[in-house]
Ligand binder design. Structure first.
Ligand code: MG
Length: 350
């Protein structure tokens, strides 16, 4: 197996604002693993608040030695080794995990949704995120989403929550998910807002309060009429158990949990604990989105709009059909480079 990588900057179609941050680009590192004439593609998406950078990912990738592993389909062996190289580096690890899954799927001649026995059509509608913005822009973004999406996601947790919701409601009655990104300061503030939001057609709430405020979040979840999902409070498999009874469900993201292998383990474990599952994403190309799209059939919510928020997606893969992000039937994660990668060898520095 030969590993290649390259840095790439995703250009966001709209400036993106969530509680506390605003930005126009997202750095990523794209990976490629070649073996026996086949290529598997992977990605590390690096939104600044998560702490990994293109430099830290490349630093990590330089340490990865795949030479002791002759068989790319031995995913457990390889990925346990990759995880052991160094703490953290979850997105860097995901870029190897996704490329290896793509490669292994191609060797097996099947897409992962088939390998896992999932019905790729049986997926929840994906949300489309409307960032915090002025009324006119919010209404415009909402208009753009109509007809394409059947549920919208609103970033709240600031002073403008009610104005944001009213702006969207002046345009559409579509169900809404809200993500407070830890922005509400107390259980009572959160609960008051949740009752107000429920009356306006909100169907779920993500990360209402600070990620470590688990006692208060548990009380909130008990009293909330809407399901409460963990995002910042959950990173990896080892976090899931302590969230039972605290949240209604968990938001699994490949970049937080080191990739598809652990995402699948987290999903199965959450289901054993009778917790709900949603599949989320960062701003990503269709590479990482297509990887996530292999795994989420039968889950409760999905937030897989990451590749739809950028204007230089360099892969073709999972696509939006009637509001759902549907994986292709191509082997592996079901992607191929598009015209943004004019010369693949030059792109990956080979
Ligand atoms: Mg979130």
């Amino acid at each position: 197996m030969q590993l290649y990588w390259t840095s790439y900057d995703l250009q966001l179609s709209h400036t993106f604002t969530i509680s506390g941050f605003s930005r126009k680009t997202t750095p990523v590192v794209l990976t490629k693993i070649e073996y026996g004439g086949l290529a598997g593609y992977g990605e590390a998406s690096l939104p600044p608040y998560l702490g990994e950078t293109q430099a830290s990912v490349i630093h990590f990738l330089r340490k990865v030695d795949l030479s002791p592993f002759p068989d790319p389909t031995k995913l457990d062996d390889i990925l346990i080794y990759v995880d052991s190289i160094e703490e953290g580096n979850c997105a860097a690890k995901a870029s190897i995990d996704i490329a290896l899954h793509d490669l292994a799927g191609k060797i097996m001649g099947k897409p992962w949704h088939k390998i896992l026995g999932l019905d790729k059509q049986n997926v929840p509608d994906t949300t489309f995120t409307i960032g915090i913005d002025n009324d006119e822009t919010v209404r415009k973004k909402t208009q753009e989403a109509l007809g394409r999406f059947r549920i919208l996601k609103v970033k709240v947790g600031g002073l403008d929550d009610k104005r944001m919701i009213e702006s969207i409601r002046s345009v559409t009655d579509l169900p809404l998910a809200v993500d407070a990104n830890q922005g509400w300061k107390s259980k009572n503030e959160a609960l008051d807002m949740i009752f107000w939001l429920q009356e306006r057609g909100v169907v779920m709430v993500e990360q209402p309060m600070h990620k470590t405020d688990l006692d208060n979040i548990a009380k909130l979840t008990e009293e909330s009429p809407l399901p409460i999902f963990a995002d910042e409070s959950v990173q990896r498999l080892t976090d899931v158990k302590r969230l039972k009874g605290v949240f209604s469900g968990i938001n699994i993201k490949l970049m937080k949990c080191t990739g598809m292998r652990e995402a699948w383990q987290m999903r199965k474990f959450a289901e054993q604990l009778n917790m709900k599952v949603m599949m989320g994403c960062m701003t990503e190309t269709s590479c990482a989105i297509s990887a996530a799209a292999q795994l989420y059939a039968g889950t409760h919510f999905a937030d897989l709009d990451g590749a739809l928020l950028i204007n230089n997606d360099c892969f073709a893969g999972a696509q939006l059909h009637n509001g759902k992000m549907i994986a292709t039937d191509a082997a592996g994660i079901g992607v191929q480079p598009n015209a943004h990668i004019a010369n693949e060898k030059a792109f990956f520095g080979k």
